[in-house]
Each structure stands twice: as C-alpha cells, then as structure tokens.
Design a protein around this ligand. Structure first.
Ligand SMILES: NC(=O)c1ccc[n+]([C@@H]2O[C@H](COP(=O)([O-])OP(=O)(O)OC[C@H]3O[C@@H](n4cnc5c(N)ncnc54)[C@H](OP(=O)(O)O)[C@@H]3O)[C@@H](O)[C@H]2O)c1
Length: 280
C-alpha cells in the first residue's frame, strides 16, 4: 500500500537508500536534507511522488515547515524516518563542550524537533509510525564514542518512553540499532575528529583515529539492504519497538543483555534491600 514517508538526511548515506527504495516501491516520499537540491539530485531529479524539502534537523522551524509542506503536497504523513545524524569522535576529555553539545543537538534534539513537528499530523490521522535510527552505540558504550553514545542512549530512552505516550492514538514507534554499515558516516563531512590536546591521550588518540579511518569503506553492512528491511518494517501493522540491524549489532546487543542481567543479579545483595523502614 502506498504510504507517505518523510525521511531526514536523504541527500547521502542510508537516507538516500531509504528514499530511493521507497520511491521504487510506489510510496510518496518527502525527502529532506540541509541541501534539498542535493537530495533531489541523489534521487534522480524531480518526480511526482517526490517532494525534496530543506530540513536541518537542528531547526524546529525547518521541521515544522517540512511537515506542513508534506501535508500540503500529499495530505498526510504515514511514516517518519529520523535518519540524519553525525559522529563526534574522541575520548571524553578531548571532546570540547561545544562539540559535545553539537552532537546532542544533531543526534538527539534533531529527531525530537522533527517528531514534535510531525506528531500533531499523525494524531489527527489517528495513525502513524515513527522510526528512529539509533545505533549499536545506543545500547553499548565504547572507547572514543562518549559523545555519540550519549546522544544515541538518549534517543533510546526517549523513543522507549514516547511509545507509551502516543500508543493511544495508534502511532507506533521503532528504534533501530545498526552495527557498522558502509555509508559516509566515517568521512570527514560526517565525523568530527578530536584535536589531540592532552599528552596522556595523544598516542591513543592518534592510533584510534587511524583505526576508525581504516574501517571506512570496509564496514560489513550494506545500507541498501538495511533500507529494504526498514521499508518492510514500515509496512507492518504491528512493527517491532526495537530492530537490531546487522549480525555485529545482534551479537553486541545480546552480549549487553546478558551483561545487564548479570549486573542486576550482582547488585541484589547490596542493592536489593534498601527499602525505607519506618520502624527503624
Ligand atoms: N553507518 C553506520 O555504520 C551507522 C551505524 C549506526 C547508526 N548509524 C546512524 O545511521 C544514520 C544515517 O547515517 P549514515 O550512516 O547514512 O551516515 P552518512 O552517510 O554520514 O549520512 C548522514 C546524513 O545525515 C545528514 N545530516 C547530518 N546532520 C544533519 C542535520 N543537522 N540536518 C539534516 N541532515 C543532517 C547528512 O546530510 P549532509 O549531506 O547535509 O551532511 C547525511 O545525509 C545516522 O543517524 C547514524 O548515526 C549509522
């Protein structure tokens, strides 16, 4: 069935694959990006089912204008795919406070802005589906990913809670945790590499940047296949709350689940008996 799908960050990377496949499947697509002309070009030029709109996700005004443009053109929004994001890399102490804020602004407040703009449309319809691309780093923290993981862990808590808020209006939510996919995320246009500023970290920073850069172009996941899987999920009447994408991510999330269980059990003796005792 043809749906109206709004996707952010559609000018390159995973967002382009999603928009391209959605158009090929007969959906009407609101493909958004900071440079709408680049978005339209990436998708093969103007076409009846395509509306390319300027949307910098850090701007609530842009988000509201894009949602309005979608309704003006196609009358509704069935699926929102919060895809746009970037990567501020580095050890916590070498990530400047400004870059930390920029990371949260794009990866966490960005999807919140767009969702805030789209939810009134979906509530009016009493129907909709919000899909947000988190990351394996939204479940598992790791070296050099303090900023990125903080933003993606934030997404996880927000999306898991949003589910309850909007469920009564038949709006479904899915948070997606991809492992490594071969997009442009690790190129300089998408990744902010840290300036080595602290002697203690200097060698680790240099070698970790080198290691991350060597992953670029060799990531195991195929974004075209992920786009296909996301469109399959967008077509489900009862989509999953969480979708773990890629064998590496499934392994990582499973290991984290086991670790959480073990940590909860290990907390029982000291943490399980802390109830307030009014008689003491
Ligand atoms: N690739 C992976 O291995 C991987 C793994 C886990 C999660 N993810 C997540 O997957 C999503 C897609 O990333 P990708 O892998 O496709 O990376 P990508 O190739 O670098 O594409 C990122 C996209 O986000 C857009 N973007 C960045 N900041 C934006 C802003 N303020 N407003 C609007 N658009 C903005 C970029 O547009 P511009 O051209 O304007 O910069 C670009 O279209 C991200 O949320 C990322 O965190 C990726």
């Amino acid at each position: 069935m043809s749906k109206v799908i709004l996707v952010t960050g559609a000018g390159r990377g995973l967002g382009t694959d999603i928009a391209r496949q959605a158009l090929a499947a007969g959906h009407r697509v609101v493909a958004t990006g900071r440079r709408p002309e680049q978005v339209e070009q990436a998708l093969g030029g103007p076409q009846d089912s395509l509306l390319a709109v300027k949307l910098d996700v850090t701007s609530l005004d842009d988000a509201q204008a894009a949602a309005q443009a979608a309704v003006d053109r196609f009358g509704r929004i069935d699926v929102l795919i919060n895809n746009a994001g970037n990567f501020v890399a580095g050890f916590f102490e070498e990530i400047t406070p400004e870059n930390m804020r920029r990371q949260i602004e794009t990866n966490l407040f960005g999807p919140m802005n767009v969702t805030r703009a789209v939810l009134p449309v979906m509530r009016r319809q009493r129907d909709g589906h919000v899909i947000t691309i988190s990351s394996l780093a939204g479940v598992v923290g790791g070296e050099f990913t303090a900023a990125y993981a903080a933003s993606k862990f934030g997404l996880e808590g927000w999306m898991e809670s949003l589910h309850f808020d909007v469920k009564p209006y038949h709006i479904r939510t899915t948070v997606v945790e991809p492992g490594y996919f071969r997009t442009e995320l690790l190129v300089d246009a998408s990744t902010t590499w840290p300036e080595p500023t602290i002697d203690d970290y200097a060698e680790r920073t240099a070698s970790t940047i080198k290691a991350w850069k060597s992953v670029n172009g060799r990531q195991p996941g195929d974004p075209a296949k992920l786009a296909g899987a996301l469109l399959a999920i967008a077509g489900q009447e009862q989509p999953p709350l969480r979708f773990v994408a890629g064998a590496d991510a499934i392994e990582g999330v499973s290991a984290k689940a086991r670790e959480l269980l073990a940590q909860a059990e290990a907390s029982r003796e000291l943490g399980g008996n802390l109830a307030y005792d009014p008689t003491a």
